[in-house]
Design a protein around this ligand. Structure first.
Ligand code: ZN
Ligand code: ZN
Length: 127
């Protein structure tokens, strides 16, 4: 009986930590945040003794993650369609530019823009 409980407990812990690790990986990578560090933290959470211990450790991890991750919206990359943090100039997945640069005032411009909102120039980079 004790063995079965331990087995079930380990199973729940595994699903809980693996699910959180998957979410953190996706979100951190899209924001170009240190996803590797969060994966290591998830491994530590898994080895926290007891189910309740792991559960509270996870709550703490999420609280820290959400207060420290780079703020902003995720928008689809125009090349690979993966969701990417909107302040990034390059997609962390396919490494291609997700913003254009104005060749006149050198401001970054949205990918779908045809005219620079800063100086009204239409001379934008095309890759
Ligand atoms: Zn991409
Ligand atoms: Zn401009």
């Amino acid at each position: 009986m004790v063995k079965l409980n331990t087995f079930v407990e380990l199973g729940i812990k595994l699903v809980l930590t693996a699910g959180s690790a998957f979410f953190l990986y996706r979100d951190a990578r899209a924001r170009d945040y240190s996803w590797l560090m969060w994966m290591i933290i998830c491994i530590f959470v898994f080895f926290t003794p007891g189910l309740i211990g792991s559960f509270f450790a996870l709550l703490l991890v999420f609280a820290i993650y959400f207060s420290t991750r780079p703020k902003g919206e995720l928008t689809p990359c125009p090349h690979c369609n993966k969701r990417v943090h909107n302040i990034l100039a390059f997609c962390p997945f396919c490494k291609r530019a997700v913003k254009r640069e104005c060749l006149r005032c050198h401001e970054t411009v949205a990918w779908d823009a045809v005219i620079c909102p800063h100086c009204r120039s239409t001379n934008l980079t095309d890759s």
